[in-house]
Structure formats: C-alpha cells, structure tokens
Ligand binder design. Structure first.
Ligand code: BG6
Length: 497
C-alpha cells in the first residue's frame, strides 16, 4: 500500500472553512508527519485562484513557527488548484484528469472534502461519483489502492424531510463506509474520553443510572455573538447549529449502554439506541432566547442579534436554547437531561455535568451540597468531582471541594490535537467511529423536527437576554423545575500551574 498516493480534494477551497480550518489542519498533519507519504492536495473552487492565493489566505491561520519554513515550502509543493463550476460534468472530468496526471494519480486513494454551502452539495456529490472516483469505483480497496471517501459538513438538511432527502441522495452514490459526516465535537479530547471514563472504571458504573443521578446538564456557551455570520446563522439558529448535533452526540455517549466492543459499528449501534429511546422535544420543556445589546458593554457587546445587518429584521431565530429531554430506558427513565447552549453569554465553556442525588438520611443539618462529576470539554480540559470534605482545621463542618484532574497540570506539555486534525486523520485511516452514521442523523432529526417546525410556524418569540449574561432567567427556572440545583456557592478554579 505504501507506494499508493493519496489525493485530498478540498471543494470550496476559496471559502472560509477551507482557509480557517481545512488547510491549516492539512498543514499540521503534514508537518507532524502523520499523513501517508505522497499525499497531494487539490483545491477546487469556482474562483480564478492559484495555489499561491490559497496559501496567502490561509497562512495566517496556520500558526507557523520560525523553524518550519522549509517544511512549509515543501508542503505547498504538494498542492494544486483547479478552477471549475460545481454543476458542470465537464469540469469534474477535468478535475479527474488533473488528479490522474499526478504521479500514479490514476491509482490514488481519493478523499473529497465538501467545504461547501448546502445548495451545491447534491451537484458536487453527483459529479464526484460520475467523474472522479478512484480506481476501484464503488468497491472498497483490498490492496492495490484506489478507494474514495467523501467528507461532508453540516448542515445535513434542516429537518427530517430535507435530511432524509440528502441521505438518500448520498446513499445512491456512495456506500455508508465511504461517507464521513463531520461533527467536530466528536474529535474533542474530552468527548472521546467519555468512553474510557465510563467503561474503564469500576468506580463510576454502579452510579451511572437513575438510582443515583438526579440530572445531567450538557452545556455549550460562547462569549461572542454571530460576528458577522448572522446571515448564515439565521438560517439555522442555535438548536440546529449546536444542540441537534454537538450536544446530542455528547448526550448519546453519556447515556449509552456498554458497547460489545470498541469498534465503530458497535459503538454507533449503542448511540443510536439511546436516540431511539428519546421522545421528540416538547415546547413546554424548552426555553429559547435571543441576545440584545448591552449598552454598557465594549465593542461587539453593544450589539444585539437584531443589530447585525445580515440578520433579517424582526427575526425570531434563537441564539440561546435550553431543552430538557428524557431517555426512556431502564437506566435513565425519569432522569432529566438538560441541554443548554447559547451565543453572547458570559463565558466560553463546554461541559457535561452529572449531578447526583442528595445523600439520604442527612446528619449535617442540610449543609451538604450535591456531588457533581464534571467533564470539562473546553477550555482547559478537566475531569473533576465536586464533593464534600471536612473543612480543614479546627472544626467539623462539611465544605465543598473537589477531586480535580486538570489536564494542563497532569499532562503538562502533552500536545492536544485539534478536533479537525484527529478527524481528518481518521478519514485517511478509514476509521468511522467519530463520524455520524445516517441512522444517528435520522433519529436526531426525528427528536428535533416537531419542535423546530412549531417554533417556526408559530414564530415563537425568544426571551431576550443581555449580551454577556448567563442567558435568560427562564432557562434557570426551567432547569430548577426539573430538579437541577444550582447553588452558586462553589466555583471550580483552574489550578495554578
Ligand atoms: C460550530 C458552530 O459547529 O461549532 C459554531 O457552527 C460554533 O456556531 C462552533 O461557534 C463551536 O466550535 P468550538 O470547537 O469552537 O467549540
């Protein structure tokens, strides 16, 4: 296999995603020597660009070090650029010819990254299938090379119907093992860690159920607004942008039963089972919000969502949402899973918080707070357990403290790869574990579509919240209604290194 080259085609090479994420990621993988030798990169877009132009646009995102200059030049020597439309078959025939003229290009393994707006998904995927497939066509290679894999980014449709339509389209062109649907949260260290934490420790498994867990809170917060992406964002809203995909993926990893093995299919089978046991979201258990400007804030914080000129006037698109869902399995029945996500909030943070039940038969006069196990996805990856200890010193009062595994302290100097680095490398290796299977996607849309349709049809007004706040009060009220206690008496602090 060693001498079979790989060709990585970036469709949408002139776009934002390509310059900010894809090219930098390819460079990092290249410079760390993680890619197969003989990997060629071909950018494709409608604009009249060149490799130099792609390079000029993306370099500022590549965190180039002084001693990497030679390697950097070398990297660009493996780069090519092809201009063409997304609709015309002849342009894809041309792309194919260009690939074939690379050394052993006709035998090469091919990876197609669709960094494209959804409007051209279908055309491009059809044209790839018609004109650009590797030597082995639809048959996965067994040795001599020439497989093809296609990498797609959300949005995978905007509701059940449109998503099914897209899935059907893709499934006519490619086998499931050729399709890599990216949810970049699956590439994050702490999300991948859930498997080991849960199934590699005897300590947690007896507690991981409705007998001990009061509720599970999965949070995503960002301290900035739409940052000029309002036009794109308004089409989706925070529920489609973050909750239906990133938070649901985390939820299924937290809630799933132990898989038969660590193989991609065994794990994804268990994740789908979780989703199948979830009834659709109910508007009564959902709070939506939209940020308003903070007159006292600095810069961007002065602007509300509706002040973004690319956002349609009077839009009711949520920039914040809290939803309570249930997993009707023997393990979880009755335990609220509270998903919360929003833009323009007080901090950047993504975490999973398992809140345990109160200690029965309290002897400390109500001084004990609930235990919490927190998996902090970002920033500052950590796993910590909030627990009661005797306040050190000459007294016997219980006090909140923690068992803290902060990665920055425990794994000093260990390089944490970026989510995209792991995922793109997985595609080279043919590892599908951290990608979304079509049945997972279908189930996730089933859970969200009725709510999304209702919000849109009835133009439900989101609750306003101030830029830089914790979100609307209604969200805290909702969480409280489902038994989550936020005492606010304790805050985890990043350990001093
Ligand atoms: C993307 C969303 O999927 O995830 C963005 O479209 C969001 O709106 C981003 O900002 C967050 O990713 P990360 O890795 O910065 O947490």
């Amino acid at each position: 296999e060693d001498d079979v080259p790989h060709v990585f085609v970036v469709f949408g090479a002139s776009g934002d995603l390509a310059k900010k994420k894809i090219y930098p990621t390819l460079w990092w993988l290249y410079k760390d020597g993680l890619l197969p030798k003989q990997t060629y990169f071909v950018g494709y877009a409608r604009s009249d660009l060149s490799v130099q132009a792609v390079r000029d646009k993306s370099t500022q995102y590549m965190k180039l070090q002084d001693d990497e200059k030679d390697k950097f030049e070398e990297f660009w020597k493996y780069n090519y650029y092809v201009k063409g439309s997304y609709t015309e078959r002849t342009d894809f025939e041309h792309l194919n010819q260009e690939i074939n003229t690379l050394p052993k290009g006709d035998l090469a393994h091919r990876l197609f990254y669709l960094a494209l707006p959804p409007t051209v998904f279908k055309d491009v995927s059809s044209n790839i299938r018609l004109c650009c497939m590797g030597h082995d066509g639809l048959e996965e290679s067994t040795g001599s090379g020439g497989w093809s894999r296609i990498i797609v980014e959300k949005p995978f449709g905007h509701d059940s119907e449109s998503s099914d339509d897209l899935s059907q389209h893709l499934s006519k062109l490619f086998r499931e093992d050729q399709i890599y649907r990216i949810d970049h949260y699956l590439g994050k260290e702490m999300v991948q860690n859930l498997m080991v934490l849960r199934f590699g420790n005897k300590m947690f498994s007896p507690l991981w159920n409705r007998d001990h867990v009061q509720c599970v809170v999965i949070t995503f917060k960002e301290p900035f607004g739409t940052m000029g992406r309002g036009g794109y964002f308004d089409e989706s809203g925070i529920i489609r942008d973050v909750m239906q995909n990133h938070l649901m993926q985390i939820l299924s990893l937290v809630a799933m039963e132990k898989p038969a093995s660590t193989s991609a299919e065994d794990i994804r089978d268990e994740k789908v089972k979780v989703l199948k046991c979830m009834p659709p979201l109910d508007l009564d258990n959902v709070v939506v919000g939209q940020y308003t400007g903070d007159p006292e804030g600095q810069g961007d914080a002065k602007n509300g969502y509706l002040d973004d000129p690319t956002v349609p006037k009077g839009s009711v698109t949520p920039t914040f949402a809290t939803a309570v869902v249930f997993v009707k399995t023997e393990r979880w029945d009755g335990v609220p899973f509270i998903m919360k996500c929003g833009k323009a909030l007080n901090e950047r943070k993504a975490e999973v918080r398992i809140q345990f039940k109160d200690v029965p038969g309290d002897i400390f006069g109500g001084q004990c707070k609930r235990n919490e196990l927190v998996i902090r996805v970002q920033p500052q990856e950590a796993v910590y357990c909030k627990m009661m200890v005797k306040a050190p010193g000459m007294n016997i009062n219980p006090e909140e403290s923690e068992l803290d595994l902060s990665y920055g302290a425990r794994y000093k100097g260990v390089k944490m790869p970026d989510a995209y680095e792991r995922l793109i490398l997985d595609v080279f290796c043919g590892a599908q574990l951290h990608f979304v299977r079509s049945d997972e996607l279908r189930e996730a849309w089933r859970i969200f579509t009725p709510l999304l349709h209702k919000l849109e049809k009835e133009k439900i007004k989101p609750a306003p919240y101030k830029y830089g706040s914790r979100g609307p009060q209604e969200s805290d009220d909702l969480a409280r209604r489902f038994g989550f206690i936020f005492s606010g008496t304790y805050k985890w602090t990043k350990p001093q290194l």
